[in-house]
Design a protein. Structure first.
Length: 318
């Protein structure tokens, strides 16, 4: 046997090198494409979850305002990724939850041509009737296009990079001839990857009956056209709204036609009592300095959760 011309060992070495190269390529493809795709799905599911949790916050604000009680809520700000034996995973994603005033301090709810003896401040029992938004802002590792989720004035909506703004719930600001505002009082700012609690505290509801036409200015980050669409669509269609027009600052003015109205105000504090003392309320017979009497009792507005619409249509199903 000629040992100098035997090449069998070289074939084994070449095969081992090729097998190792195939494994490296397969691992690289898995790390570069498969894992990011799976993590995108995890982030997408979390975005859908937080959208639902912001709708629950909207419901909590309404419940606290209507019942005058303390309602806890929470939001999972970030999401984690499953541990892998070999492949690397990014850090846990994070997010922020903020309650911030809409516009300047002068940007307030106000009545025009309404009850001659009552202002919105007297009905609410606050010196200044501002309100705030509750906004969740994600900080994902993969889905850069996912935007914020916001709740304001009984409406929850998403704001995405590609699809723009998408309203996710019906409104409860106007129901038949009942106009019910829920001024959100206070501030809140948390950033983390975990679940953060937030508490909403109601107190007293002011209420005033009025027969006639009037206008209500509402602080908002939504446009007049968006509010017009919200008020004229959905299950809780506001049939007595004549027009919605832009107002100065971040606000719109809603114009109501002639009818018998109940104008209600239920301030809600963030983490504390809103400390309001309404001049007019259902508890004292809807009487204030004007001595007007209470009109017919209006059924409580349902705060059932509206089904979640998918706000992120730019992410294809994996």
């Amino acid at each position: 046997m000629d040992f100098w011309t035997d090449e069998r060992a070289q074939s084994v070495q070449v095969g081992a090198v090729l097998l190792f190269a195939i494994l490296i390529v397969a691992f690289s493809i898995h790390q570069a494409y498969v894992i990011p795709s799976q993590n995108e799905r995890i982030e997408f599911n979390h975005a859908t979850q937080t959208e639902g949790e912001l709708q629950e916050i909207r419901n909590s604000i309404i419940s606290a305002g209507e019942n005058g009680n303390r309602v806890p809520a929470s939001v999972q700000l970030g999401t984690s990724y499953p541990a892998r034996l070999v492949a690397a995973q990014p850090r846990q994603s994070s997010g922020s939850l903020r309650v911030s005033n809409i516009g300047e301090a002068s940007n307030t709810f106000s009545l025009q041509d309404g009850p001659p003896s009552a202002t919105i401040a007297e009905i609410c029992g606050l010196s200044t009737v501002n309100t705030s938004t509750v906004t969740y802002e994600p900080n994902y590792n993969y889905l850069d296009s996912v935007g914020s989720v916001t709740t304001e004035s009984t409406v929850t909506y998403t704001t995405g990079e590609f699809e723009g703004r998408s309203v996710q719930t019906d409104q409860l600001l106007v129901s038949g001839t009942t106009v019910h505002i829920y001024p959100l009082v206070g501030e809140y700012d948390r950033s983390s990857g975990g679940r953060e609690p937030i508490i909403f505290q109601g107190n007293k509801t002011g209420e005033k009956s009025y027969n006639g036409d009037f206008s209500l200015t509402v602080p908002t980050k939504l446009s007049a056209n968006e509010w017009k669409d919200i008020l004229r669509s959905g299950e809780n269609r506001a049939s007595h709204v004549d027009e919605v027009t832009p107002a100065s600052g971040q606000a719109v003015t809603i114009v109501f036609d002639t009818a018998d109205y109940d104008i209600k105000c239920s301030p809600v504090g963030v983490g504390k009592d809103p400390d309001n003392s309404p001049e007019y309320s259902a508890g004292n017979g809807n009487q204030g300095r004007s001595g007007n009497t209470l009109g017919p009792e209006v059924p409580r507005i349902s705060t059932d959760k509206v089904s979640v619409k998918k706000a992120i249509r730019s992410i294809s199903q994996q």
